[in-house]
Write a protein that binds this ligand. Structure first.
Ligand code: ADP
Ligand code: MG
Length: 269
């Protein structure tokens, strides 16, 4: 009886110590891992390595999950789920190189340009995900949400605070620049942010407009030039061509013709 009680106390002590050391993956899977070590006839050193590797994998996974929830991506996408064959204007090797994140460490800019539906947001989210996995804090916003937030903060006298919020992450992704033209004040606010981040934090921008059209996008060619001057100084531009991926898939399945046939005709006055 007595020896049983000692064993029980010992059994309880280890999970408690592991909890205190915050080694929760080892704690939760202790029996399973020790059984595995026995089955594989691991040495003590190999067993400790297996336990540490398990804990590190759990901590990395948690960190990525936390980073993903902070980033506020509009949807979950990965590089693995990007069909490079369907998009020959995108160089898979160049994207995989970008996924390593050197440009983020350098605080460079990356512009993904092209018509709607070609995969700009997909690639932006997937590269953002890779950035998080490599330990770079990342925030995603649409250009409209960004300038709305900055304008509001400006009116409320809290602009510095808001700029600091968008200046803080190592990578800021601004999606859909140019879908709506900016008011001149919004262009100034955007310029303030770009200046603040310049050479400190990386930016990834997506746009349906060519860089030459950005004067119109920003509603002010002088501010547009100042923004582009900073963005393009250390930058890579990837221009994606071709049809919308979604429409292409639908067209292939014959859905689009059906949909077109059902499109209501405008009412004649
Ligand atoms: P946009 O260029 O307008 O930002 P998206 O990236 O949002 O387009 O792409 C539209 C949809 O099509 C998304 O659901 C995206 O995941 C998908 N998609 C686009 N291109 C590809 C591709 N090459 N492989 C896989 N999915 C793609
Ligand atoms: Mg998009």
């Amino acid at each position: 009886m007595v020896s049983d009680a000692v064993t029980e106390a010992e059994m309880e002590a280890l999970p408690r110590m592991l909890t205190r050391l915050k080694l929760t993956a080892i704690r939760d899977r202790l029996d399973e891992l020790l059984n595995e070590a026995a089955r594989r006839e691991l040495t003590l050193r190999q067993t400790v390595t297996l336990l540490c590797a398990t804990e590190i994998a759990r901590k990395d996974e948690r960190r990525v999950q936390m980073g993903l929830s902070i980033a506020k991506f509009p949807y979950a996408r990965t590089l693995e789920s990007f069909d490079f064959q369907a998009q020959p204007s995108v160089d898979a090797r160049a994207i995989k190189e970008l996924a390593l994140g050197r440009w983020i460490a350098n605080g460079d800019a990356l512009l993904l340009l092209g018509p709607p539906g070609v995969g700009k947001t997909h690639l932006a989210v997937a590269l953002g995900r890779e950035a998080i996995a490599r330990g770079y804090s990342t925030l995603f916003t649409s250009a409209t949400a960004l300038v709305t937030a900055l304008s509001k903060a400006h009116l409320e006298g809290r602009l510095d605070e808001r700029i600091a919020h968008y200046a803080k992450p190592k990578l800021l992704i601004v999606d859909e620049l140019g879908y709506l033209p900016f008011e001149p004040n919004a262009a100034h606010l955007f310029f303030t942010l770009v200046s603040k981040r310049y050479e400190r934090g990386a930016m990834l921008l997506t746009s349906n407009r060519a860089v030459s059209e950005w004067g119109t996008v920003f509603g002010d060619p002088v501010v547009a030039t100042a923004i582009l001057d900073r963005l393009l100084h250390h930058s890579q531009v990837i221009t994606i061509r071709g049809d919308s991926y979604r429409l292409r898939a639908k067209r292939r399945s014959g859905l689009l013709q059906q949909a077109a046939a059902q499109t209501p005709q405008p009412v004649q006055p």
